[in-house]
Design a protein around this ligand. Structure first.
Ligand SMILES: [Zn+2]
Length: 382
């Protein structure tokens, strides 16, 4: 089976997170006729797969990806069935064609091809999860926990998320910003809008809070990161009466922060803002914070260098090192070993009519294959 055929078959499994819908099983079956050792690491209803070629104490190159996808959205807007895996001309359509069943197919095919022509004097592992687009609690983290319990080594890791903005080969991600969402519940005192002095208006307080935090410049960026950003993502008073000052308002902000900050530091700052506003307006403010991840990066040394060289060889383009975009499973892996991300052009990920030129999928397989070959040399030298 070639890499595009495998991608199409994976797309035909409607694995909307956290369902595996046959996708993990398909890969598992393919690896049964190889020298890879297969382990299923399912946890709390999430299916995960771990594959190893070579002994677990040998220097190890890892690949990581997910087969779960976001929901297709309005089906009537799709040109084709999002789970048909249909190719038209040079373009493969379907949910997951970009993010990221193609990359999973590419590293699986590359690793199998390599394993059939070489002896395992280093090791390749493949980690595939069904829980990246969802809560991401029982996916890659479950695999990493299992690896620790079973003394499974990993020295370098590639995550196959889409990383290129417009042209294949133009960007490698060496890190990601942190992400957190703070939801504020502001409680005032309900009253008649004609007698505002008798009420405590939580809407007024919320606009003060928002304007204060939205107008705070968090930083100027850092060596590997763009400046941190803070945006308002919701505000709701749930009030339909125009003569009532409501008692309560909820508003949320999302912060994408670089290594000048930690979520703890930002929480302290927001708490201080709430305290000051409470003293000024008598509004009671409760804050609820969800941290999706802290910022991280891998110094662009040997791993990033190897990835860059393989991309140059295949595409003729020299990629830049980037830390833009949302969170990814690399945030769990960086604690274990250097990790970089490289994948397809991400323009159409999560969109209606998600699609990718098949030439990119073939190119990605070539990059991964070259990387495996170069790691053989790298591990033998170091
Ligand atoms: Zn993804």
């Amino acid at each position: 089976m070639n890499v595009v055929e495998l991608t199409a078959r994976l797309i035909q499994c409607p694995s909307v997170t956290p369902k595996e819908a046959g996708a993990i099983k398909l890969i598992e079956d393919i690896f049964k006729s190889t020298d890879f050792e297969i382990s299923r690491i399912d946890r709390s209803g999430v299916s995960n797969l771990f594959l190893r070629w070579g002994e677990k104490k040998l220097p190890t190159l890892g690949f990581c990806g997910h087969i779960d996808v976001v929901p297709p959205g309005d089906l009537t807007k799709w040109e084709f069935d999002p789970f048909s895996g249909r190719t038209t001309g040079d373009v493969l359509f379907g949910r997951g064609s970009v993010d990221m069943k193609s990359a999973v197919a590419a590293f699986c095919v590359a690793a199998i091809k390599y394993s059939r022509q070489a002896k395992p004097n280093f090791s390749i592992i493949i980690m595939i999860t069904g829980d990246e687009e969802g809560e991401a609690k029982h996916g890659t983290q479950a695999i990493l926990d299992w690896m620790t319990e079973n003394n499974q080594r990993i020295d370098h890791c590639i995550v196959g998320e889409p990383t290129c903005p417009k042209t294949f080969g133009e960007a490698i991600k060496i890190g990601r910003k942190g992400s957190m969402t703070a939801t504020f519940t502001l409680i005032g005192k309900q009253g008649h809008s004609a007698y505002p002095h008798l009420a405590i208006n939580p809407i007024n307080a919320s606009t003060k809070l928002l304007s204060k935090v939205l107008n705070t410049k968090l930083d100027e960026g850092s060596k590997f990161f763009e400046p941190s950003t803070l945006v308002a993502t919701s505000i709701s008073a749930n009030n339909t009466a125009n003569n009532v000052i409501p008692a309560e308002v909820k508003t949320s902000v999302n912060i994408r922060f670089n290594d000048n900050h930690s979520s703890q530091k930002l929480i302290k700052w927001l708490q201080q803002e709430c305290k000051e506003l409470n003293e000024e307006t008598d509004t009671i403010i409760k804050m609820d914070v969800k941290v999706a991840g802290e910022p991280f990066y891998t110094e662009p040394k040997s791993l990033a260098d190897l990835v860059r060289k393989s991309i140059e060889k295949v595409s003729g383009i020299t990629p830049v090192f980037s830390t833009s975009g949302g969170t990814s499973d690399a945030r769990f892996i960086f604690k274990k070993c250097p990790v970089v991300e490289f994948g397809l052009v991400g323009e159409k990920m999560h969109s209606i009519n998600e699609s990718i030129p098949t030439s990119q999928i073939f190119a990605l397989e070539k990059v991964y294959f070259d990387l495996i070959k170069e790691h053989y040399k790298f591990f033998n030298k170091n």
